[in-house]
Ligand binder design. Structure first.
Ligand SMILES: Cc1cc2nc3c(=O)[nH]c(=O)nc-3n(C[C@H](O)[C@H](O)[C@H](O)COP(=O)(O)OP(=O)(O)OC[C@H]3O[C@@H](n4cnc5c(N)ncnc54)[C@H](O)[C@@H]3O)c2cc1C
Length: 436
């Protein structure tokens, strides 16, 4: 079997790449090991840059219709004593609208819905899109991809082979790259529960030692993420679901009743955060996208966004090579040079955000409260934070910024103009430099 681009893995990264390539007349074959939808939680927050990319693939309207808009992130610090209403100590709201872009919000979309929409888009170009469900990529043999489907072995020959298999990637193994894994002192419990119609804003509620992230989904549901100490899951399970009801109800009384919709521990997924980043994205005619190349701490909601953003750059590069009759191999290095520094930057940002919530000490909380409030009080910090997590651009924090955030210096009064931000946004020249 022959194809131009072979993609191992039909997750968000693989499917976004396939949709882009097929729509541009590049023949693509996707091998996905699963036969049907996965029930595992794998991230739902689509950042503004991802929305821009989905717009270019022409699926934004459907995505927007399937999502819940997150226009701001609320950080609430509370004091709570069991059995009493929590007392709000500080509420800071950071707004996506501070970024100078028409894509001024994020969107919560069920993960499988995003995949369905991308797959359906690719299927519109049936001449160029070949999807193999229940097909496990096993590695390479005689320069071809070896895929096992329904007890048969397929050998697929391609010009370029893409590893989009997620965290466990045979393509990565074949590339022999180096990875260093970093672990954290905490894990998360995550579960979707019903929400009252009035509960519409994304919110992170914290005490000295508790953390509850709440992100509304469509259909009056809310994704919840509750931080626990690493290795504590078994002990918490022994305490029964009552423990979860009480923990959630104490932190967010609005969810006191709806949390009881959890009736089985099977509904709750344990999430163990860790990070890694490969040293090379490309080797010969092999390339990695998404979690095969990097995994990020989930605190800043970036994992699936990085995968789709990788797919955009690589897809544009491969489509351009075909359109311009250029040799794929000579240009693949551009993909790594665009994406690797951006991913490193966001990995560091997500790691910092994780540390902010990693230590259950009153003095650490005090520092955190001041630092978060400073992001709101100082417009430059506010713009930088939202611009960076949006993926629309990159604007690093300076020493002066950090001194202001750490309350060593007072906040600036100046507002950052849209014009000033324009230099920090990614334009076509930064996204697709090989065209220039
Ligand atoms: C528990 C968990 C929670 C997460 N929470 C968040 C979050 O809150 N926010 C966020 O943005 N991100 C989150 N992420 C990360 C996010 O899911 C990933 O970053 C994103 O899905 C990466 O997309 P991908 O396409 O690279 O990989 P994946 O989504 O993992 O897709 C890989 C696909 O390849 C298939 N596959 C694997 N091996 C093979 C093979 N050998 N042959 C054929 N097919 C194969 C898999 O079945 C899968 O469909 C989470 C991830 C996990 C695991």
């Amino acid at each position: 079997m022959k194809t131009e681009v072979f993609i191992a893995g039909g997750g968000v990264g693989g499917l976004a790449l396939a949709a882009k390539l097929a729509s541009r007349g590049v023949h693509v074959t996707v091998a996905e090991q699963l036969k049907s939808k996965s029930r595992a939680y794998k991230g739902e927050l689509l950042q503004p840059k991802t929305l821009e990319i989905l717009d270019r693939i022409d699926v934004l309207e459907q995505i927007e219709a399937s999502g819940h808009i997150i226009d701001q992130l609320r950080f609430q610090e509370i004091k709570h004593c069991h059995g009493q209403e929590p007392e709000s100590m500080q509420m800071t709201e950071l707004n996506y609208s501070r970024v100078a872009s028409p894509y001024g919000h994020a969107l919560m979309v069920p993960h499988e819905m995003t995949k369905d929409i991308l797959r359906a888009k690719a299927q519109e170009y049936e001449e160029y899109f070949h999807y193999l469900p229940g097909a496990r990529f096993q590695g390479f043999e005689k320069g071809m991809a070896k895929v096992r489907q329904k007890k048969e072995t397929l050998n697929i020959e391609a010009d370029v082979y893409i590893g989009a298999e997620g965290r466990s990637s045979p393509t990565r193994e074949a590339m022999n790259v180096n990875i260093k894994r970093k672990e954290y002192n905490h894990h998360f419990l995550t579960v979707t529960i019903p929400r009252p119609e009035t509960f519409t804003k994304g919110k992170i509620i914290t005490t000295t030692d508790c953390f509850l992230g709440l992100f509304p989904l469509p259909d009056n549901e809310v994704r919840t993420v509750y931080l626990i100490k690493a290795g504590e899951f078994k002990r918490i399970k022994e305490k029964g679901l009552e423990y979860v009801y009480r923990a959630y109800g104490d932190l967010e009384p609005e969810l006191k009743q709806t949390v009881k919709a959890i009736t089985d521990w099977k509904d709750i997924q344990l999430m163990i955060p860790y990070t890694y980043h490969v040293d090379r994205y490309v080797s010969g005619n092999l390339a990695l996208v998404g979690d095969a190349a990097h995994t990020v701490h989930p605190m800043a909601g970036e994992g699936m966004n990085l995968a789709i953003q990788d797919a955009d750059i690589l897809g544009e590069l491969l489509a351009w090579c075909k359109e311009e009759n250029k040799d794929f191999h000579q240009y693949l290095h551009y993909y790594e040079s665009v994406r690797k520094p951006r991913v490193s930057f966001l990995l560091a940002l997500s790691h910092m955000s994780a540390l902010v919530y990693s230590f259950p000490n009153p003095w650490w909380r005090k520092l955190r409260m001041r630092a978060v409030q400073r992001i709101y009080d100082d417009d430059q910090l506010h713009v930088k934070q939202m611009l960076n997590i949006s993926g629309l651009g990159m604007w690093d924090f300076s020493l002066l910024d950090r001194a202001i955030q750490g309350s060593v210096l007072p906040p600036r009064r100046k507002t950052i103009s849209d014009q000033k931000q324009l230099n920090r946004l990614f334009h076509e020249k930064e996204d697709y430099p090989w065209k220039f």
